[in-house]
Ligand binder design. Structure first.
Ligand code: ADP
Ligand code: GLC
Length: 488
């Protein structure tokens, strides 16, 4: 089974969110089960720099509108930072060699030609399915998020033109809120047939919608948790696409993300001061002491420490924590946050830390190794999302015995089991609340503090959390089953 994974990011070379973690972890998990996996990525500087043994596979001649000044080449090499993963990389400096991030410039303004930059990604995937590389043709093209969503559309077009099945297609939604919306006049530049426009094509309330390319033209649609797969079929969470998703319900499923044990495993984590495991939780306490010292958090070792590692966007619901924080601090808790995003939320957390530096520490920015120290050294990790397709930090929390305090939504609901009197000795792995309200978060946190005061019970929940199976082998098996069904 030859599988081409198509996406815009990959950890550790280029990451803006969990998509990059999945892009890096799924291929080796599939390979471990016998699949022959390659990835296709845009040639951002970080990706080109990470590509070893690069050789030109072909010069690309995309449809007129997608043509990048200076030309476009397809390279094949290996990503040594990703376990020597074979990677096709689109070398189109006019599109991908930019000063800012992968999607937006230094002022956070989306690039004006994003529709071209990412249409080229989807178009190239479909070319590979048409034997652009005579030595390797995928049986399945698996495209992720809106950036790669035109891959199934171009593939369908090629199959219709040739009257031939070329490859199966799977499209994974990591976040339905980001759909890739553009001015409709750009549709003509994509080189897709006119009948790909309209409600049964890429049109969405008069705009061009890339995500619809995946939702309409892929053989199978997945998203990253069973709960989110259900939720997005309702108007409440469907972001205007719930009708289409209900139409495709028979071909839509949820497959939970896993944790990449190469990166997140407290027994072997070189980014934390003291490795620990389920039987050596005393060493977790040493990480906590080191963290409290690093953050200048005062007070006793037994002060319960809540952490957050997150993008600070509306999705993540962290304003609930802003509102509930004082009550927790008054109850003796400490809070440590690493994140960046919306200015007002950055400001709210900064102000909290400035007012109470003994109890609150805030670091604004992106810092991979600090994320590890924070998750290893804290007692709880807070993820109060408004919606959450899967969420990875609560899974890292489980593995590190840092009990997740989460809202019952999406993948959070599917991965964390609430601690109640009747679950304490059976299923409990964290603390879960329902209403999207600060008070609901606060009450769940109070329950957490009550259990925390009983160290033996706390430890039992920690140990159960750490033993939850959340590696990638299960999800990889499920994706493989899906690939078998669509590869024809
Ligand atoms: P999302 O993709 O919606 O942001 P996930 O929980 O799936 O949410 O993935 C977020 C990923 O980004 C995790 O690997 C998390 O550790 C990481 N992350 C988020 N914010 C930061 C940050 N400020 N510094 C370092 N890592 C971060
Ligand atoms: C998205 C979602 C997040 C998910 C990640 C990886 O960024 O917001 O919930 O874990 O993709 O699938």
């Amino acid at each position: 089974m030859r599988v081409l994974q198509v996406q815009a990011e990959i950890f550790p070379l280029l990451k803006t969110g969990g998509l990059a973690d999945v892009a890096a972890a799924l291929p080796p998990a599939l390979r471990a089960q016998g699949a022959d996996v390659r990835v296709l990525l845009p040639g951002f500087d970080a990706v080109l720099q990470g590509l070893s043994d690069a050789a030109e596979v072909a010069r690309l001649h995309p449809p007129g509108g997608l043509h990048a000044a200076g030309g476009t080449r397809l390279l094949l090499g290996r990503l040594s930072a990703c376990g020597d993963l074979p990677a096709y990389v689109i070398d189109a400096p006019a599109y991908y060699h930019r000063e800012g991030g992968p999607y937006a410039d230094l002022h956070q303004q989306p690039y004006g030609d994003n529709h071209l930059r990412f249409a080229l990604l989807g178009w190239t995937a479909a070319q590979l399915a048409q034997a652009l590389d005579p030595l390797w043709r995928p049986d399945v093209v698996h495209a992720h998020d809106w950036h790669a969503a035109l891959a199934p559309a171009y593939l369908r077009q090629a199959q219709l033109n040739r009257q031939q099945h070329l490859a199966g297609s799977v499209y994974t939604i990591h976040n339905l809120a980001y759909q890739g919306l553009f001015n409709p006049r750009h549709f003509r530049e994509l080189g897709l047939p006119a009948d790909h426009w309209g409600v049964n094509g890429l049109e969405f309330h008069g705009q061009l919608n890339f995500m619809k390319g995946g939702l309409i033209f892929a053989d199978r649609i997945t998203t990253v948790s069973p709960s989110y797969a259900r939720e997005i079929q309702s108007p409440d969470q469907g972001c205007g696409l719930d009708g289409l998703l209900r139409q495709r319900t028979a071909h839509l499923s949820g497959i939970l993300n896993g944790v990449d044990a190469e990166v997140w495993d407290p027994r072997h984590d070189r980014l934390i001061p003291h490795a620990f495991g389920v039987d050596t939780l005393a060493d977790k306490a040493r990480n906590k002491a080191a963290l409290q010292q690093e953050l200048k958090l005062k007070g006793a070792a037994q002060a319960p420490l809540f952490c957050v590692v997150s993008r600070l966007t509306e999705q993540k619901g962290l304003h609930l924590l802003v509102q509930a924080a004082q009550g927790l601090i008054d109850a003796g808790a400490q809070i440590a946050l690493l994140g960046s995003g919306d200015a007002w939320m950055e400001g709210a957390f900064r102000a909290m830390a400035a007012a109470q530096p003994d109890a609150v520490a805030v670091r604004i920015g992106y810092d991979e190794s600090f994320a590890h120290r924070l998750i290893a050294g804290s007692d709880l990790i807070v993820v109060p999302s408004r919606y959450e397709p899967c969420g990875l930090t609560q899974l890292y929390g489980l593995k590190y015995g840092t009990l997740p305090l989460v809202r019952r939504v999406g993948g959070l609901a599917d991965t964390v089991a609430d601690t109640q009197l009747d679950t304490l000795d059976s299923t409990a792995t964290g603390f879960v609340f329902d209403a999207f309200e600060a008070d609901a978060l606060y009450r769940a946190a109070q329950r957490a503090l009550a259990v925390y005061r009983r160290p033996q019970e706390w430890q039992r929940v920690q140990q159960r959390a750490m033993q939850q199976p959340c590696d990638w082998s299960g999800p990889a098996r499920q994706y493989l089953q899906l690939y078998e069904r669509v590869s024809g």
